[in-house]
Design a protein around this ligand. Structure first.
Ligand SMILES: *[C@@H]1O[C@H](CO)[C@@H](O)[C@H](O)[C@H]1NC(C)=O
Ligand SMILES: *[C@@H]1O[C@H](CO)[C@@H](O)[C@H](O)[C@H]1NC(C)=O
Ligand SMILES: *[C@@H]1O[C@H](CO)[C@@H](O)[C@H](O)[C@H]1NC(C)=O
Ligand SMILES: *[C@@H]1O[C@H](CO)[C@@H](O)[C@H](O)[C@H]1NC(C)=O
Ligand SMILES: *[C@@H]1O[C@H](CO)[C@@H](O)[C@H](O)[C@H]1NC(C)=O
Ligand SMILES: *[C@@H]1O[C@H](CO)[C@@H](O)[C@H](O)[C@H]1NC(C)=O
Length: 330
C-alpha cells in the first residue's frame, strides 16, 4: 500500500512536471499553423486551385518533398487579395520556410467541421477533421513545431452555420452545435498531442450581414444571426473546457465576430463606403468581395486586431503590465 502511495505521488509529480506550460509569447512564435475554411485558406502551387495549399479528398497524400517545395501564391485567396493569416505572419508568397514567421495553412475552402455530420460541398472537399488527420499523417513529422515557437489557429463554423440554415432535420441547434464541437475539439486534441501547446480560436463572424443574407430584417438573416451567436457561445465554453482539461495549453479565443461588427457599424471610419453590396473587382472600398467573402482590407484590419490581441496575451506583456500596476499601486 505504501509503495502504491509513493508510486502515485511520483506519477502525479511526473505529470505535473511534463505538463509545465511553455509561456506564450507572440514575439517568439515562428511556426503558425492554420486549420479552417475559405476565410483562411491560401493557394499553394501543390494545392487544388481555389481550394487549398496542398491536396484534396482525391489526393490526400503528399511527399515531404512536395510539401517542402510547395509555394504560397501571392494574393490568391477567397477575397481577391492577401488574407488574415498572411497579414498576421507576413508570409505572403513563396516557400513558407523562407518566411521569418512560417505560415503552414491547411485550411480548405468550403470546409465544415466533420464529414460525418454534414455533407461535403464537393466530392473533393476536405472538412476540418480530415484536415487534421491529413496533417498528422503527411506533414506533422516533416514540419517544425518547437514548443514556445509554435501555435495553431482555428477558424471554422462559417460554412456549418450557413449550410444548416434551412436544415429541417436539425430541431435543436444547441444539441447540434454541441455535437459539432465534440468533433471539433477532438480534432484539436489530436493536433495538440503533436503540435503546439498554444491554440487560437476565432469566433464565427456575422455572415448574416453578408450580401447573401441581407436585408438584416429578413427572417433568414435573423435566424442565421441567432445560430451564429449560439455557435460562438458554445465555442467559448468548449475552449474553456479544453484549457481546463489540458493544463499544458494556452488557449486564446479571439472574437472575430466583434471585430467584423465594429467595422460594419463604423465602416466609414475604416475607409469603406459599401457594406451591403459587393464587387468582384479590386476595390477595397467595398467590405464584401462577393456574396460571402470580405475584401483584402477587411483581412488586413482583422490581422491588425489579432496582432494586438496576441501581443496583449503574451506573457512578457502581462508581466510588464503587472509590474507597472504594482509600481502605480506603490
Ligand atoms: C496530387 O497532389 C499533388 C500535390 O500535393 C500534385 O503534385 C499531384 O499532381 C496531384 N495528383 C493528382 C492526380 O491530382
Ligand atoms: C462555404 O464554402 C463555399 C466554398 O468556398 C462557398 O462557396 C460558400 O458560399 C460557403 N458558404 C457559406 C455559408 O459561407
Ligand atoms: C466528382 O463530382 C464530379 C461532378 O460533381 C463528377 O463529375 C465526378 O465524376 C466525381 N468524381 C468522383 C470520383 O466521384
Ligand atoms: C442536415 O443535417 C443533418 C444532420 O442533422 C445531416 O445529416 C444532413 O446531411 C443535413 N442535410 C443537408 C442537406 O445538409
Ligand atoms: C436542446 O438541447 C439541449 C442540450 O441537449 C437541452 O438542454 C434543451 O433542453 C433542448 N431544447 C429543447 C427545446 O428541447
Ligand atoms: C453598394 O454596391 C452595390 C453593388 O455595386 C450597389 O448596387 C449599391 O447601390 C451600393 N450601395 C451603396 C450604399 O453605395
Amino acid at each position: 500500500m505504501v509503495h502504491l502511495g509513493v508510486t502515485a505521488v511520483l506519477a502525479t509529480l511526473v505529470t505535473a512536471v511534463s505538463a509545465a506550460k511553455v509561456p506564450f509569447n507572440w514575439n517568439n512564435i515562428r511556426y503558425f499553423y492554420v486549420f479552417g475554411d475559405s476565410y483562411s485558406y491560401v493557394q499553394g502551387t501543390e494545392g487544388l486551385a481555389d481550394f487549398s495549399f496542398i491536396g484534396d479528398a482525391f489526393n490526400l497524400s503528399y511527399t515531404p518533398e512536395q510539401l517542402l517545395s510547395n509555394e504560397i501564391e501571392y494574393r490568391y485567396t477567397a477575397g481577391n487579395g492577401a488574407n488574415w493569416p498572411e497579414f498576421l505572419t507576413e508570409c505572403f508568397a513563396g516557400l513558407p520556410s523562407n518566411c521569418p514567421r512560417q505560415l503552414w495553412d491547411f485550411a480548405f475552402a468550403g470546409a465544415d467541421i466533420d464529414p460525418n455530420l454534414l455533407p461535403l460541398h464537393h466530392n473533393f472537399s476536405i472538412q476540418l477533421t480530415t484536415e487534421v488527420s491529413q496533417f498528422l499523417t503527411y506533414a506533422a513529422a516533416v514540419l517544425p513545431h518547437t514548443p514556445g515557437e509554435t501555435m495553431t489557429a482555428w477558424w471554422i463554423g462559417i460554412n456549418d452555420t450557413g449550410d444548416t440554415l434551412n436544415n429541417a432535420t436539425i430541431t435543436n441547434f444547441t444539441d447540434f452545435w454541441e455535437t459539432e464541437m465534440a468533433s471539433y475539439f477532438n480534432a484539436v486534441q489530436q493536433a495538440h498531442t503533436t503540435l503546439a501547446s498554444t491554440h487560437l480560436f476565432l469566433t464565427v463572424p456575422p455572415t448574416d450581414r453578408s450580401p447573401s443574407h441581407l436585408p438584416a430584417t429578413s427572417p433568414t438573416s435573423q435566424t442565421l444571426n441567432s445560430h451564429i451567436l449560439l455557435f460562438n457561445s458554445i465555442l467559448r465554453k468548449r475552449a474553456g473546457a479544453f484549457a481546463l482539461a489540458n493544463p499544458d495549453s494556452t488557449v486564446l479565443v479571439f472574437d472575430a465576430h466583434e471585430t467584423f461588427t465594429q467595422i460594419l457599424d463604423n465602416y466609414q471610419a475604416y475607409g469603406f463606403n459599401n457594406i451591403t453590396g459587393y464587387c468582384e473587382c479590386d476595390d477595397n472600398s467595398y467590405f464584401w468581395y462577393n456574396t460571402g467573402h470580405p475584401t483584402e482590407r477587411v483581412h488586413e484590419y482583422l490581422a491588425a486586431a489579432l496582432e494586438g490581441f496576441l501581443l496583449e496575451s503574451s506573457t512578457w506583456h502581462r508581466e510588464i503590465g503587472m509590474k507597472r500596476r504594482y509600481k502605480e499601486a506603490k
